[in-house]
Design a protein around this ligand. Structure first.
Ligand SMILES: Cc1cc2nc3c(=O)[nH]c(=O)nc-3n(C[C@H](O)[C@H](O)[C@H](O)COP(=O)(O)OP(=O)(O)OC[C@H]3O[C@@H](n4cnc5c(N)ncnc54)[C@H](O)[C@@H]3O)c2cc1C
Length: 399
């Protein structure tokens, strides 16, 4: 993964690399991470910095004023932010998933082209609404339908969870195509802040990821048919929503796991220094954590390579094997990230358990516990049972 893109900074001709801009935002996110977690508030400081460094619109194509950053570049940003503040990283990951949907599936639509220009110029933050009513993580089913009168549309949706809904500049939501459409006949619609109201139904006092402010709302939106992405959601889901969401989330979670490993390493070093080079009994857990982190980074990187390769090949992106890889990436990455944080926690022992220690793993552990639930791994695994049976077992080690 590379961060090759550069941006002309206003003050002169010296280009600021995406890596250095990311570092600047991560430093702000890290400085406020404990307060964000304690107070359960939106990471406003980190997103002000992200806007100032123009990190929100990096994936918008250059022709619309963005930088045309790749999914790989953006996953790198998620990882860097995950090391600093899990909530900031997850919000950034969710936002960029929505941006990717607009960029890939709205390119031919004048309304979405305009939105891309605004996204780049004003560094808009987009939120996501897929969870509805009691439907849980069944993203491929919607209850509320888009009501149409000529070119005017309206949507009223019981949006059980919209992370950072109040802080966002727009919401990208799934909906049933029309009143008489089946629940799986969905569209994806972009509404900007002036198009909707949010009536809070439920707050967000959670174990972790407290800064995502994932509250529940009644979403009431209106606009024009132009705001509906031209591709059916079924296609957007398979080509962009699932692969990009799972890559971005995995990047963020791997960053969270890395933060826990860094703490465990500092702890083991500190103990060793204080005891004349003697390693603490938990040091082997650090070895395990580091080895698992290496494997997880490899998993995310290889999935990313597959995705970037599949982007050039329409048949590959629809293939069962590619879809399985992208779906299972989420399951594997979340389980492995959680296991790594647990290993780091065990390496630190009591120092990791305490909230008042510089080696505390509490925040990372609470945050990463959300990862297997965020579209439940059980749901994904059970949805894929039939496909897994069809795909067979490889006979050779390297295929
Ligand atoms: C931090 C965070 C941020 C989020 N942000 C957003 C957001 O911005 N927008 C949004 O729309 N949603 C968001 N969500 C919600 C998310 O997308 C899922 O909808 C939600 O996590 C599913 O919730 P659930 O566990 O109640 O539901 P369910 O999916 O119903 O799962 C409940 C339990 O049922 C079991 N289960 C469910 N289905 C099966 C099955 N087929 N086989 C076996 N067992 C099954 C599992 O054990 C699961 O734990 C967020 C979630 C989290 C954790």
């Amino acid at each position: 993964m590379t961060m090759a893109k550069t941006l002309q900074v206003e003050s002169g001709d010296v280009p600021a690399s995406l890596a250095s801009r990311t570092e600047a935002v991560a430093a702000v996110a890290a400085a406020h991470a404990d307060a964000i977690d304690r107070e359960g508030r939106f990471p406003a400081e980190a997103f002000a910095a992200a806007r100032a460094e123009r990190l929100l619109g990096i994936m918008v194509p250059e022709e619309f004023g963005g930088e045309g950053a790749s999914v790989g570049d953006t996953v790198d940003v998620c990882y860097a932010l995950g090391r600093a503040c899990s909530s900031t990283a997850l919000i950034y990951a969710m936002h960029q998933t929505k941006v990717a949907c607009v960029v890939r599936h709205g390119r031919s639509s004048p309304w979405h082209q305009d939105v891309m220009r605004t996204m780049a110029a004003e560094q808009l933050l987009l939120a996501s609404s897929t969870t509805e009513g009691q439907g849980g993580g069944n993203v491929r089913s919607s209850a509320a339908a888009v009501a149409r009168k000529d070119t005017h549309i309206e949507l009223e949706r019981n949006a059980t969870v919209i992370s950072y809904g109040e802080a966002a500049d727009g919401i990208v939501t799934t909906a049933r195509r029309a009143d008489d459409a089946a629940s799986s006949d969905q569209v994806l619609v972009v509404f900007l802040k002036q198009d909707y109201t949010l009536e809070r139904q439920i707050g967000w006092d959670s174990l972790g990821m407290r800064g995502t402010c994932s509250e529940g709302f009644m979403l009431r939106a209106s606009g024009s048919t132009d705001q509906i992405l031209p591709d059916p959601y079924e296609r957007i889901h398979a080509e962009t929503m699932i692969p990009v969401a799972h890559l971005m989330w995995s990047g963020a979670w791997t960053g969270v796991a890395c933060a826990a490993v860094e703490r465990a390493e500092s702890f083991v070093r500190m103990v060793s220094r204080k005891s004349g080079g003697q390693l603490p009994p938990g040091a082997s857990h650090l070895t395990k954590a580091k080895s698992s982190l290496r494997a997880l980074r490899g998993l995310v990187s290889s999935a990313l390579e597959r995705y970037e390769h599949a982007l050039q090949d329409k048949r590959a992106i629809g293939a069962v094997d590619f879809q399985a890889t992208m779906n299972l990436l989420k399951v594997e990455a979340s389980e492995q990230a959680l296991a790594i944080v647990m290993s780091a926690y065990r390496a630190c022992g009591l120092a990791g358990y305490r909230n008042d220690s510089e080696f505390s793993i509490g925040r990372q552990l609470r945050d990463i516990l959300s990862s297997p639930l965020m579209i439940s791994n059980d749901r994904i695994l059970s949805n894929m049972s039939a496909a897994a049976l069809l795909s067979g077992v490889p006979k050779r080690l390297r295929d």
